[in-house]
Design a protein around this ligand. Structure first.
Ligand SMILES: NC(=O)c1ccc[n+]([C@@H]2O[C@H](COP(=O)([O-])OP(=O)(O)OC[C@H]3O[C@@H](n4cnc5c(N)ncnc54)[C@H](O)[C@@H]3O)[C@@H](O)[C@H]2O)c1
Length: 332
């Protein structure tokens, strides 16, 4: 198939591009490079042996998107493009709504114009808010607590209304849990700008000596070791989930929300120990007070993905840490 990946030069998009290319699809990466760099094209070619097509553009530019969809005769779109930092979304909510919500409406208008009706959307477990029960399944009530999560929920609702209004749309919202790790080559991975907001890149930089220590926010949660528990999923497992979602769309119309997680929670301290084992480096940490808004524990019920997409996560915590370390310690 001919697939357009908006935001395809970013962390999850680039890994998904590898999976899709190796599965025989042709990918077009549409990105404004606000959070990524053009060197990605060359790295993807080194991994897959095929140079991906890159189109420089903003998803809010509906005419440019329309031309791109038409020019490459795109069958389906995977929509990664967006801003994703919860803390930043509290400071600049308008930019988040403009990028994530307005950007999606622009994409949908372009798709409608050219008759492309298949879409996979990058949603987030953030739409569930504080878990009311575990594991979190797709029937769990939504309850967003920040502008970033609200942009994801708004988009999911827009997509739901669209699919209800016109049965020719085929839409899947993938609710990611906590993507971590890197491609096994160590050539691509997560490259946050400045101080990382996510746990795994932070741990990696402490292990490499770039950062002095990890602050662990809270050790008095009702979890086995008192630190927060999350469902970390290897980014290559996540990437393969997108390939399965695209295959599912071929035969099914309507709207679906599907969790992509492992179903297994790991605590912050378990992550630290696993990373020390994978890297052979110490990860010094210090316990700090809990952060407002953090929940004790959150992990997915991944059964719907298995049932509908015939997909489940295969890679271990050791794989997640080893690939992150290979990327961190490479020469990028
Ligand atoms: N990484 C996570 O932990 C996580 C978790 C849940 C959901 N998500 C969602 O998955 C998607 C991809 O996340 P990621 O981790 O790869 O992020 P990322 O920042 O690495 O990639 C996003 C890409 O989108 C591009 N982009 C942003 N705004 C754009 C615009 N207006 N037009 C064109 N391109 C634009 C950026 O340049 C970047 O290449 C995002 O929508 C994010 O909200 C990520």
């Amino acid at each position: 198939m001919e697939l357009l990946l908006t935001g395809g030069m970013g962390y999850i998009g680039s890994h998904t591009a590898v999976s899709l290319t190796l599965a025989g699809h042709r990918v077009v990466l549409y990105d404004n490079l606000v959070k990524s760099a053009e060197v990605m094209v060359e790295r993807l070619e080194r991994i897959t042996g095929i140079s991906p097509l890159f189109v420089s553009g903003d998803v809010r530019d509906t005419d440019h998107l329309t031309d791109t969809l038409r020019h490459y005769a795109i069958d389906a779109v995977i929509h990664f493009a967006g801003l994703k930092v919860v803390g930043e979304s509290l400071e600049i909510p308008l930019e988040y709504y403009a990028n994530n919500v307005q950007g999606t409406i622009s994409l949908l208008q372009a798709m409608r114009e050219v008759g492309t009706r298949s879409l996979v959307f990058s949603s987030s477990a953030n739409v569930y808010g504080e878990p009311r029960y575990l594991p979190v399944d797709e029937a769990h009530p939504t309850g967003v607590t920040n502008p970033y999560g609200r942009t994801k929920l708004h988009v999911e609702e827009i997509l739901f209304d669209l699919a209800r209004s016109d049965p020719s749309w085929r839409i899947i919202c993938l609710r990611y849990f906590n993507p971590v790790g890197a491609h096994e080559s160590g050539l691509i991975g997560e490259t946050p700008q400045g101080i990382p907001n996510n746990l795994m890149p932070y741990i990696a930089r402490v292990a490499s000596g770039e950062l002095a220590e990890l602050l662990v926010f809270g050790d008095d949660y009702p979890t086995p070791d008192g630190t927060g528990v999350r469902d970390f999923i290897h980014v290559m497992d996540l990437a393969e989930g997108h390939a399965s979602a695209v295959a599912y769309l071929t035969g099914h119309s309507g709207w679906q929300a599907i969790n992509l997680g492992t179903g297994q929670g790991y605590s912050v301290l378990e992550m630290v120990r696993a990373f020390e084992a994978a890297s052979g480096r110490p990860v010094p940490y210090r316990i700090a007070p809990r952060r407002p808004g953090d929940s004790a524990s959150c992990y997915a019920n991944p059964e719907k993905a298995l049932r509908l997409l015939d997909w489940s996560a295969r890679r271990s915590l050791a794989d997640m840490c080893a690939s992150t370390w290979a990327f961190q310690s490479g020469s990028h």
